[in-house]
Each structure stands twice: as structure tokens, then as C-alpha cells.
Design a protein around this ligand. Structure first.
Ligand code: NAD
Length: 262
């Protein structure tokens, strides 16, 4: 069985650093894809209310026959559900669709128009009553996170942002470290485009790996949490097979320099 590294979040929970993202996976295909991934050793699925496939994620988990506590499930609050009562009601709808008692991580999908402090208070309640294990945000900037923390005292456990070697968001990384927030990188392969980059191909050749594997490995060695999306079983296997090799400092720097090139 593949060994996936884990990261301890600022609330003490431990998240698998690698998983499967299901953005754009059609609802009717989701259960089979999640089942296939779990059979391969994936233990973390990133979905959202807005993806319309939470029910398939829950079904895939049950079909795989794994204990609930063995699989990390993240979902995200849809935009119309901002505010205290709407957020609590929307999470209960997610639990109903997933057919589970709790989600491991609930994120505010993107900042709302009203500063999100009321929504964040709802997240605090949901975490203390166990319907959610960890809470976080997505696509937030520093000022937006500061406002949540100033308003409630609760620091998000993660911020899920678009991050890849072309756009590493260094200032945001430093801010996350200072606050003790883990960085989740969505679009880790720049929606697949980085696999054609000549640096990724060169480093891959050095290691006898694929370009996708070395880019994903770059994320892991930086401490980012990633969940590349693929509906193709060969790529699913390729993407998870990244635990047993190490990029040198020189490889890491070369991949990091991809941002300067067109
Ligand atoms: P990604 O960088 O993971 O790229 C996915 C695409 O890369 C796939 O469609 C496939 O075409 C290609 N690909 C995957 N594996 C490959 C391989 N081994 N070789 C060659 N090509 C490969 O981008 P993504 O799907 O946008 O992001 C991953 C996940 O992040 C999503 O599924 C979703 O869960 C999450 N996400 C979150 C937000 C947000 O606003 N929070 C936004 C977008 C995505």
C-alpha cells in the first residue's frame, strides 16, 4: 500500500498531504472514480457543494468499504450559504448528501461580500459540536484572514489557494507560516499545463519519473497539501506514486525557476 505523508494542522488533527480533487467530475461518474482512487490507496478527497458531486463522494466511500475515519473528506461552503444560519443549514445538507456524520475539513470556498465573520462563527460552532473536524478558508488574502481572526480569535487551519511553481505566492506562504496556517495548493499542475514544461520534463528524466510526478513532489517537499484531479486510472496511479523519491535542492530550485519562463 502506498504511504502518504501527513501534516499536523494547527488544531492537532493530521491530514493526508496528498489526495484526489473532484472539481468538474460529473456527478454520475464520481462514485466510481472515488472508489477506484480509494482502492489505489488515496485517503483524501477534496469536493465542494458547488461541484454538485458530494453524493457521489459519499457513495464511493461506502462502495470502497473503508471505515469512515480512514478517509479525509473536505467540502466547501457554496457562495449563497454565507452568514451564520445559512452556513449551518448548508453543512447539514452536505452531511446528508455525503451520508456521513461529519466532514474532516470545511472551507469557505471564497470570500463573501460581508467579511465572513458570521459565517466563521458558524464554523466555530460546527467544529465544537463535532460536525466538522477542522475549519479553513479558500482563496482568501491576508486582510480577509486577519478580519476573521480579529473578529473571532479562531485561526483557519488551512487556506486553499491556486499555487504552482509558476505562481508560488511567496508572500502568502510566509504569512501562512507566521499564522500557523497550512497551505493547500489547488491547480497544482496548473490545470495540467505544467507537464509539458521543459524543466519538468528534464527533472523527470533525471529521476526516471514523469513531469507530473516531479511537480507534485515539489509541492510535497514544500509542505503543501495537494489533490490533483484526474479521471484516468493510469494518471491516478502515477500521481499518487510520489512518496519514494526525493528531489535535490538543485531540482527544487530548477522547478521553482519555472515561474520566470514563458
Ligand atoms: P490540476 O492542476 O490538478 O490539473 C488537473 C488536470 O491535469 C486534469 O484535468 C488532467 O487533465 C491533468 N492531469 C492530472 N494528472 C495528470 C498527469 N499525471 N499527467 C498529465 N496530466 C495530468 O487542477 P485542478 O483540477 O483545477 O485542481 C485540483 C483540485 O483542486 C480540484 O479538483 C479541486 O478539488 C480543487 N480546486 C479548488 C478550487 C478552489 O477555488 N478552492 C478551484 C479549482 C480547483
Amino acid at each position: 500500500m502506498v504511504s502518504i505523508p501527513r501534516i499536523t494542522l494547527n488544531d492537532g488533527t493530521s491530514i493526508p498531504q496528498f489526495g484526489l480533487g473532484v472539481y468538474h467530475v460529473p456527478a454520475e461518474d464520481t462514485a466510481a472514480l472515488v472508489r477506484t482512487a480509494l482502492d489505489m490507496g488515496y485517503r483524501h478527497v477534496d469536493t465542494a457543494q458547488g461541484y454538485g458531486n458530494e453524493a457521489g463522494v459519499g457513495q464511493g466511500l461506502r462502495d470502497a468499504g473503508l471505515p469512515r475515519e480512514d478517509v479525509w473528506i473536505t467540502t466547501k461552503l457554496d457562495d449563497p450559504a454565507h452568514g451564520y444560519d445559512a452556513a449551518v443549514a448548508a453543512l447539514d445538507e452536505s452531511l446528508r448528501r455525503l451520508e456521513t456524520d461529519y466532514v474532516d475539513l470545511l472551507l469557505i470556498h471564497r470570500p463573501g461580500p460581508d467579511g465572513d465573520v458570521d459565517t466563521w462563527r458558524a464554523f466555530e460552532t460546527l467544529r465544537s459540536d463535532g460536525r466538522v473536524r477542522s475549519v479553513g478558508v479558500s482563496n482568501f488574502d491576508r486582510g480577509q484572514i486577519d478580519r476573521l481572526v480579529d473578529g473571532t480569535g479562531l485561526v483557519p487551519s488551512v487556506n486553499q489557494i491556486r499555487l504552482n511553481p509558476r505562481t508560488p505566492h511567496r508572500a502568502m506562504q510566509r504569512y501562512h507560516r507566521r499564522r500557523g496556517i497550512a497551505t493547500e495548493a489547488w491547480g497544482p499542475l496548473r490545470e495540467g499545463r505544467l507537464v509539458d514544461h521543459r524543466t519538468a520534463r528534464k527533472v523527470a528524466e533525471l529521476h526516471g519519473r514523469t513531469p507530473a510526478q516531479v511537480v507534485l513532489r515539489w509541492h510535497l517537499q514544500h509542505g503543501f497539501i495537494v489533490f490533483p484531479k484526474s479521471a484516468n486510472p493510469r494518471r491516478l496511479r502515477e500521481n499518487i506514486d510520489i512518496a519514494d523519491f526525493e528531489l535535490s535542492r538543485r531540482d527544487m530550485a530548477a522547478i521553482g525557476r519555472m515561474r520566470r519562463w514563458r
